[in-house]
Design a protein around this ligand. Structure first.
Ligand code: CA
Length: 334
């Protein structure tokens, strides 16, 4: 069986504004015939491109969820041409719990693609998102932030496809989004379990973000998310009439995240003291920070080094670490 069991009363082919829920069957002790009701909006006006706007892929990443909830209240069919599908809290149980992963099945939605229509809720969700929503869309947008454990410089992201024309359209989209930095990730060889990787077989134009984080709603990050989404509607000709926000006048700095040399991990368990902040430019071999052993004060701290050069775009928040926690990641100019 490959057909999703997630159902909605929303008619994706109808013109107008429909705001409701998708219902994920969830038969449990407390609710024998229960469903999980996942907010969903479809705004359509005739023929034109379809854009899928998604947030809450990770439940504790709030800027995108707030930006899309605002857009659902604001956007009217008369303002657009084509179709806007909005899924503001994709992993809904995780979003309601304010957690990265689902409290029901511990699923990390962005590690469950292509999903499973007969799996637990998170696997059912990724399968539905890929086979139903992504299938209908020409452009897919996945708004992330750093969440509870990370802080990011606000960046827009896209992927490099085998098809150069798709890559070109993706780069044009992140340029239109208007964040100061845009990251071009290599889709070729990427782990198939992510939402972005699921676009590869379908050649969809994909735009993602990492907007601040810290488990809160950043003022600047929220504004970048809101204006960026509006600019995408304008860029793809979905928005009709006078632009609501000005398009960027200069292109973002294009960055790439390389392999392991762009990540720094805690070398031991303890308290991590970082030596640099977000936005710092570092060189290979530079000390990144050190882990202190508070229970053994005479023991020298364990040093961590940057293995590559680049810009510090992401930093871990909690001071306590265990070996294997990612404490920094870098990106470098293309
Ligand atoms: Ca995320």
């Amino acid at each position: 069986m490959t057909v999703s069991r997630i159902r909605t009363e929303i008619d994706f082919s109808a013109d107008g504004k429909q705001v409701g829920w998708a219902h994920l069957p969830h038969s449990v002790h407390e609710s024998a015939y229960g469903v999980i009701a996942i907010p969903l909006a479809v705004i359509r006006n005739g023929e034109g491109p379809t854009i899928l706007l998604m947030a809450g892929n990770h439940g504790d990443e709030y800027e995108g969820q707030v930006a899309l909830a605002k857009l659902i209240r604001r956007l009217e069919p008369g303002q657009i041409r084509g179709r806007v599908i909005i899924l503001p809290a994709a992993n809904f149980p995780a979003a309601m719990a304010g957690r990265r992963t689902s409290p029901i099945d511990q699923g990390n939605l962005n590690r469950t693609f292509p999903g499973d229509p007969r799996g637990t809720p998170t696997w059912m969700l990724s399968h539905w998102i890929e086979t139903v929503l992504m299938e209908m869309a020409d452009i897919v947008v996945d708004l992330h932030s750093g969440g509870s454990s990370l802080d990011y410089i606000p960046i827009c992201m896209t992927r490099r496809f085998e098809d150069a024309a798709v890559t070109e359209a993706c780069v044009a989209a992140v340029q239109a989004f208007g964040a100061r930095y845009a990251v071009l990730m290599d889709l070729i060889g990427e782990d198939r379990t992510t939402f972005a990787a699921a676009t590869r077989t379908r050649n969809r134009i994909v735009v993602g973000t990492e907007m601040a984080g810290k488990g809160t709603v950043g003022i600047e990050a929220l504004e970048i998310a809101e204006t960026g989404v509006q600019r995408l509607l304008q860029h793809f000709g979905i928005w009709q009439g006078a632009p609501l926000v000005a398009m960027p006048t200069e292109p973002p700095t294009l960055l790439e995240v390389k392999g392991v040399e762009h990540y720094v991990y805690a070398p031991d368990a303890g308290v991590f003291e970082s030596f640099v902040d977000l936005g710092a430019r570092v060189v290979a071999g530079q000390p990144a920070g050190q882990v202190h052993f508070i229970d053994d004060p005479m023991r020298p701290p364990a040093l961590a080094h940057f293995r590559g050069a680049g810009l510090v775009v992401c930093k871990r928040l909690p001071g306590r670490v265990v070996r294997g926690d990612c404490v920094f990641h870098l990106a470098s100019e293309v």
